[in-house]
Write a protein that binds this ligand. Structure first.
Ligand code: URA
Length: 426
């Protein structure tokens, strides 16, 4: 018989207490094994959201989630390993150009990615737009590709932090995603278990992000940087703006196309800026401060790694992206400047067009999404296109339009440009 009961642990946190190491180890392990029920863990997650956790509690919770599964050993990879994690945003396709770019500069990037839920897109959903590409690799295939290509983007295996897999799904349906201790331990348990030597976090702040305020984003970033350091993973974080979508494309196939433009030396300026800023941080953290990621984009080395990475997972890098049969162009109704493009509204519009899923088991639409024609600061004339809504079925357009119409604000004067990279923590 166990020394603990779930009800005692829930009550302790509900009443604002600090959970002991043994209580945390027990509850995480018992939940993973099915001995603590979903409704009990839901109550505990809500108590954590409302009461918070101390730094030692978060560290122990993270360690318990790591211990719930396997920890990958990447010592067979002869280059320094370094990964990036974004807390999620709208049009955030940065992993696609960044992973091959850092590999082209001498790092090995073991990028275990997720799928989109709600208004934020998922890297695996985007890459599955490429015919033949497969997200699931065995541990052996993962390590072989890391050794041979230097870049892997794939789904996390079942054995990695299984406690988080269960808990994340539960939080998603119980209104407990937004707890900083739970977000930090969820992200860091997976990244530490994946075995990376260094990690760069892109903590998003703004309407399209989980963290709407800079103070919350800072607290989340600090918590994760500390957790990484405590587990021997060199970790730094950039706080970056997510009040506006990244780039011009929001969806699946459209984001792959935009990423390939960046790898070909073009692409929207903000996507290039953030890709290079994160690449420099990753190369620094990996002990490769002299590498020149700008040159690797310019001279085609990053594109070569992208092609090899896609082929290694069965994808055809030359396959054309399918066009969307239904396109609605939305035009400006006055002259002026684009003052703002709201990331959340555009994210919800893309989701309603079919680019995202409402339930985990839903399929996403490959060609659906939003293509911006103007970004904040651009001048615009009445009648000029502001954005396009793309869908597989016309019936999807009205609900998306209802959300998108409030996204773009036009003003008579140009807005003051806002920095994309707001702060560095680490
Ligand atoms: N991403 C994760 O992996 N976990 C969270 O809790 C939030 C975002």
């Amino acid at each position: 018989m166990s020394a603990f009961t779930a009800v005692d642990v829930i009550r302790a946190k509900r009443d604002g207490g600090v959970l002991g190491d043994a209580q945390i180890d027990w509850v995480v392990d018992a939940y993973t094994k099915g001995l603590v029920a979903d409704e009990q863990m839901s109550a505990l997650a809500m108590a954590i959201l409302l009461r918070g956790m101390t730094a030692p509690e978060i560290a122990r919770w993270t360690a318990a989630m790591i211990a719930s599964g396997e920890r990958l050993d990447l010592s067979a990879v002869d280059r320094p390993t370094v990964d990036k994690h974004s807390t999620g945003g709208v049009g955030d396709k940065i992993t696609l150009p960044l992973t091959p770019l850092v590999a082209a500069c001498g790092g090995a990037v073991p990028q275990l990615s997720g799928r989109g839920l709600g208004h934020t897109g998922g890297t695996l959903d985007k890459l599955e737009s490429i015919p033949g590409w497969r997200a699931t690799l065995t541990n052996d295939e993962f390590i072989r590709q890391l050794r041979e290509v230097g870049a892997v983007i794939c789904a996390a295996g079942e054995g990695l932090a299984p406690a988080d897999r269960k808990l994340y799904a539960l939080r998603d349906v119980t209104g407990t995603v937004e707890a900083i201790p739970l977000i930090a331990s969820s992200i860091m348990s997976k990244k530490i278990a994946e075995g990376t030597g260094a990690l760069v976090l892109d903590v998003k702040v703004g309407s399209g992000a989980f963290m709407k305020s800079i103070d919350d984003a800072r607290e989340l970033a600090r918590t994760m940087v500390e957790l990484g350091g405590a587990h021997g993973v060199r970790t730094v974080a950039l706080l970056t703006d997510m009040s506006t979508p990244l780039g011009l494309a929001v969806g699946n196939a459209v984001e792959v196309t935009e990423s390939v433009e960046v790898l070909a030396g073009g692409g929207p300026a903000d996507v290039v800026e953030l890709t290079l800023a994160l690449a420099r941080e990753m190369l620094d953290a990996a002990g490769l401060p002299d590498a020149d990621p700008e040159a690797a984009l310019r001279d085609g080395r990053a594109m070569d790694v992208w092609r090899a990475m896609i082929r290694a997972q069965g994808g055809d890098p030359d396959a054309p992206m399918p066009p969307a049969p239904e396109v609605e162009v939305v035009r400006a109704d006055s002259d002026g400047f684009v003052a703002s493009v709201d990331a959340y509204a555009i994210g919800v519009a893309a989701w309603r067009l079919g680019a995202g899923r409402a339930r985990k088991e839903d399929a996403v639409s490959v060609p659906s999404g939003v293509l911006l024609r103007k970004r904040p600061g651009d001048s615009v004339r009445a009648g000029e296109p502001l954005y396009e809504l793309r869908a597989e079925h016309a019936a999807r357009i009205p609900a998306a339009l209802a959300e998108a119409v409030r996204a773009v604000r036009i003003s008579p004067t140009a807005p003051t440009p806002q920095p994309l990279v707001i702060e560095r923590i680490g």
